[in-house]
Design a protein around this ligand. Structure first.
Ligand code: NZQ
Ligand code: ZN
Length: 388
């Protein structure tokens, strides 16, 4: 196990009706006027925004709105939010939505107090200050409600870049009411499940050995997600299953599964090119990428994949290669049983431009990337080919 610092300062308010305390929470972190960021229509249609606004009114919080944030959010909306925030002199940001809304809110929160171009933070400049961020989560998926990360696509060149901060971009509070997920379409709930599993696996596949506590936390979370996934994705809304999935989604990505070890993150790099170029849902893209990456990696490094197979999917084979292969088949079968894609074709990409994806991912991630398995251009090419 390596030395580590773990700082997860977010206050989580979990359960029914918790969105009614949004105003109170904003007041508690010192906000008087906030920029409220939201997506297209779901939060307004469900009545959530009305309830949040009532709560803000009750707490005496003023607000201005930035709405219509697209999935896979882009830099133009961040610039718009920064401009609005400056004009209206706001002192905090409230995100009501999923990862796309929260990430836009985070980039705005860092951009408003900064004199330069916020994109500097996405090209290496550390975030040294940001306005406080509060979240009302509507979809268990990206884990942005507890993470220090933000992912924004620069429209010019479609560069989808992820940044990670230790402290400043972690929300001050996150309101998690599983009931708010009732309006989610099936494809979004299952994509969210794939995304949160990927967040755990990106950390699980690590070159650091002797990390039993973090390994077991990760395996336990993966098993809990697998156990409740079908109930959570069923047409009849199941509050308890959604509650377990929602909490798992937060724990998957608030850093606890990475404590004490080097993380991988190659699969997210590979997927971000797919969602940037083809506009697919991030979690659905990961359901295609992860089994392909595991297949490629297990050809030369089968041990940890075999451990994953045995502990998460109860595979019994004693031979590491055979166990790894069985575990990967079980993961694919699990994704398919939820209706997730596991090939480019199933993702709706009939003729992927693999050389272009390879070129782009190495421009964004470097000549070699991945903390567990170092992917070169020829490796990346082979992994993308395994998704056909
Ligand atoms: O815009 P609306 O109308 O709200 O519709 C949204 C959107 O179309 C809909 N939705 C959300 N909550 C709903 C709902 N529909 C009905 N009922 C509800 N309760 O769902 C669609 C997808 O929303 P989005 O915010 O894009 O989903 P998600 O949370 O999966 O976020 C994906 C984004 O997060 C990034 C991804 O790359 C992608 O851009 N990620 C962010 C991370 C982070 N900051 O830590 C980590 C992740 O690995 C990920 O990369
Ligand atoms: Zn993700």
């Amino acid at each position: 196990m390596d030395n580590f610092t773990y700082c997860s300062p977010t206050r989580y308010l979990f359960g029914r009706d918790t969105e009614n305390s949004t105003g109170e929470q904003l007041a508690a972190i010192g906000c008087k006027k906030v920029l409220m960021v939201s997506g297209h229509s779901s939060a307004r249609k469900s009545g959530l925004l009305d309830r949040v606004e009532a709560s803000l009114r009750q707490a005496g919080i003023e607000w201005v709105e930035l709405t219509g944030i697209d999935p896979n959010p882009t830099d133009d909306r961040v610039y718009e939010g920064i401009g609005l925030g400056h004009r209206e002199v706001i002192d905090g940001i409230l995100a009501v939505g999923g990862g796309s809304v929260i990430d836009t809110a985070k980039a705005i929160a860092a951009g408003i107090p900064y004199d330069g171009d916020f994109w500097d933070f996405f090209t290496g400049k550390p975030v040294e200050y940001a306005l406080p961020i509060g979240v009302v989560l509507t979809i268990p998926a990206a884990g942005s409600e507890g993470s220090g990360n933000a992912v924004i696509t620069k429209k010019d060149g479609l560069r989808k870049i992820s940044i990670r901060t230790d402290y400043w971009l972690r929300p001050k509070f996150a309101i998690l009411n599983p009931q708010l997920t009732e309006t989610l379409p099936h494809n979004q709930i299952v994509a969210g499940i794939a995304d949160m599993m990927a967040h755990i696996m990106e950390r699980y596949f690590s070159p650091t050995t002797d990390c039993a506590t973090t390994d077991r936390i990760s395996e336990g979370l993966l098993k809990a997600i697998i156990e409740d996934a079908h109930r959570a994705a069923a047409p009849t809304f199941d509050y308890q299953a959604r509650a377990n999935i929602m909490w798992a989604g937060t724990l998957a990505h608030n850093g606890i599964c990475g404590c004490g070890r080097v993380e991988d993150w190659a699969s997210h790099g590979l997927e971000h090119e797919i969602s940037a170029v083809y506009g697919v849902t991030h979690g659905a893209g990961l359901a295609v990428v992860f089994p392909a990456w595991l297949t490629y990696v297990s050809q030369t490094k089968p041990e940890k994949v075999a451990q994953f197979a045995r502990r998460v999917f109860d595979v019994r084979d004693h031979d590491d290669r055979a166990a790894a292969a069985e575990g990967i088949s079980a993961l694919k079968a699990f994704f398919s049983s939820l209706g997730l894609p596991i090939t480019f074709g199933e993702l709706g990409i009939t003729d992927p431009d693999i050389p272009q994806l390879v070129k782009r991912v190495h421009i964004n991630k470097g000549e070699v990337f991945g903390g567990y398995f170092r992917l070169t251009q020829s490796d990346t090419f082979e992994v993308y080919k395994l998704m056909l």
